[in-house]
Ligand binder design. Structure first.
Ligand code: TYM
Length: 332
């Protein structure tokens, strides 16, 4: 049976990239009838230094972000990773299945560790094994993510395959990455070759889910573009990274396609397109930041949602971990 799992790090604010690449898609797919499990991966966040008070706040704010984006905790399981110890337990077994060489090839490891790998945390290096455990401890079959997580999901498949081969079982499913829609890679508003990211030093490079209407409109108005009007076909965006990014964002917000947006907007200058995009973005995003702020006024309620979600998640994970222990020969 299909089962969806995905995770988001509570490591600072949420961006339009997280919204279009993940949250909005989670909310939109809620009617599919497939059981969906969404995790605030606090253990992943601490692979780089997190101030404890900020980590706790970011975890609650992320939960508020899920709910404000339309993910209903009565229909999907919402919880934070550290409350379900089975993730860490399975991750240890995967640490012993995965190979150093696989980990060294991960581009996120290379980017995040930078030149000073000797001084990176061991957790940052092992990060993808914990991610594989997140997914496989539920036998999840489908993982909706943005493009940047593709390599980690390939590694998850490699770990499942090696485990099954090593122990001569057909136990862990080979997970399908689900990387769909018009905005699986939202780019910086200042540089169309860089991913929109919460760690970019320039706040003008991104739209935060907590930005108010004025901030959203200003950032779109000032977004970098080229002087040409929009093309009427998708081919015309091939060499125009900034223009392509804004059209992708528009299409994703509208739940339409790049082709449909260009059929309507082709030939129009950015002076006309940007206000339309700003209007669409504000209409959709401003209520989310309002709702997040409202939810954050009652942290106890958020904690109760996470605790309840953790209980539901644990009920699925426990028997799968127990069978894994049996397979590898751990006496219980
Ligand atoms: P994280 O926290 O960096 O991002 C959360 C989700 O947002 C997507 N995303 C984007 N999508 C489009 N454009 C962007 N600019 C953009 N920036 C971020 C990410 O692709 C992701 O879907 N390792 C994961 C968290 C994780 C996880 C998991 C995900 C841990 N365990 C298990 C899936 C399954 C991460 O760091 O995502």
């Amino acid at each position: 049976t299909p089962r969806v799992f995905s995770g988001i790090q509570p490591s600072g604010g949420l961006t339009l990239g997280n919204y279009l690449g993940a949250l909005k898609r989670f909310a939109d797919s809620q009617n599919s009838g497939v059981q969906s499990i969404y995790c605030m991966v606090d253990m992943h966040a601490m692979t780089v230094w997190q101030d404890p008070a900020k980590l706790a706040r970011a975890t609650r704010e992320l939960c508020a972000g899920f709910i404000a984006s339309g993910v209903d905790p009565d229909r999907s399981i919402l919880f934070n990773q550290s409350q379900v110890a089975e993730h860490a337990q399975l991750a240890w077994i995967f640490n012993c299945v995965a190979r150093m060489g696989w980990m060294k090839r991960m581009t996120q490891w290379k980017d995040k560790a930078g030149k000073n790998q000797e001084n990176a945390s061991l957790g940052l290096f092992a990060y993808p094994a914990l991610m594989a455990a997140d997914i496989l401890v539920y036998h999840a079959t489908h993982v909706p993510v943005g493009e940047d997580q593709k390599q980690h999901l390939e590694l998850t498949r490699d770990i499942a395959t090696k485990f099954n081969n090593d122990f001569g079982v057909e136990f862990f499913p080979i997970t399908e990455p689900v990387i769909e829609g018009a905005a699986t890679r939202v780019m910086s508003l200042r540089d169309g070759t860089k991913k929109m990211s919460k760690s970019d030093p320039s706040d003008m490079s991104r739209i935060n889910l907590t930005d108010d209407a004025d901030a959203i409109a200003t950032k779109i108005r000032k977004a970098r573009t080229d002087p040409e009007p929009l093309p009427s076909e998708a081919d015309g965006l091939a060499e125009r990274a900034e223009a392509r990014n804004l059209v992708n964002i528009y299409a994703a917000l509208e739940n339409s396609s790049v082709e449909a947006v260009l059929a309507e907007m082709g030939g129009k200058p950015f002076s006309e397109f940007k206000p339309r995009l700003a209007e669409l973005a504000v209409a959709q995003l401003a209520p989310i930041s309002g709702e997040m702020a409202r939810l954050m006024q009652d942290p106890a309620e958020i904690d109760a949602i996470l605790r309840h979600g953790a209980e539901q998640a644990r009920a699925i994970a426990q028997p799968i971990l127990a069978r894994t222990y049996d397979i590898v020969g751990m006496v219980r």
